[in-house]
Design a protein around this ligand. Structure first.
Ligand code: 5RP
Length: 226
């Protein structure tokens, strides 16, 4: 099964887990896009009655255009279930997220959710975490100094640019610095250090957040947090 088929498969599977009257957190990314498509089909064909809270302008536009009702996070007490993608996941179900630059809202939505499920293809499993740049969302002011600080700490920082060579600006008006690390042996220690640096708004290490990870493949695997 190729990667696109895998993404479709887990997206559809995740949509089948959503129940009537749920408030659903909608993640961001190419895998979640298939989930939102499948969820919208259920809303249209089965009359599934849900409300969505989104993690990016992209997902909000897609969901709204497909007829899913979207509300602001502050309009709900909490979220029943959030379905999101991930860039890397280890055996503890901790992960790297933010490849799509939506990590800040993804983390805010996740911590306000009773259940978090990530949907991934097989290429995302990595223990130790690594093989994908770790995104860090930072304020634009003084970004050069933060890059120097990360470089001194041997974190191999690169300011994220788009295909046209323009600096990527997040939905919240911030920049992303990607840390090109081969392996992250101690994600908790690195997460703590990053969180302490002035100018860092959020980092893409999602520790202790996913309850379950659904992995695509010939047979779908559901991994549970122990
Ligand atoms: C966006 C994310 C995505 O969930 C992550 O990048 C996975 O995306 P994809 O499903 O396209 O591989 O964290 O900020």
């Amino acid at each position: 099964m190729d990667i696109v088929e895998q993404k479709k498969q887990v997206g559809k599977y995740a949509a089948s887990l959503v129940e009537d009257k749920m408030t659903v957190g909608l993640g961001t990314g190419s895998t979640v896009k298939f989930f939102v498509d499948a969820l919208a089909e259920r809303v249209k064909n089965e009359g599934l009655d849900i409300i969505g809270v989104t993690t990016s302008n992209r997902t909000a536009e897609q969901a709204t255009s497909l007829g899913i009702k979207i509300v602001d996070l502050d309009a709900v007490e909490n979220i029943d279930l959030t379905i999101d993608g991930a860039d890397r996941v280890n055996q503890q179900l901790d992960g790297i997220k933010g490849g799509g630059a939506a990590l800040l809202f993804e983390k805010i939505v996740a911590i306000n959710s009773k259940q978090n499920i990530w949907i991934v293809d097989e290429t995302k499993l990595a223990d130790p975490l690594g093989g994908f740049p770790l995104p860090v969302e930072v304020v634009t002011y003084g970004v050069g100094h933060l890059i120097e600080l990360f470089a001194k700490a041997d974190l191999h920082p690169v300011l994220r640019k788009d295909a046209a060579g323009e600096t990527v600006v997040t939905d919240n008006g911030n920049y992303i610095i990607d840390l090109h690390l081969d392996q992250i042996e101690n994600p908790v220690e690195l997460a703590d250090w990053l969180a302490q640096q002035v100018g860092v708004i959020e980092h893409g290490l999602f520790i202790n957040i996913a309850n379950h990870v659904i992995v695509a493949g010939e047979e779908i695997k559901v991994l549970d947090r122990k």
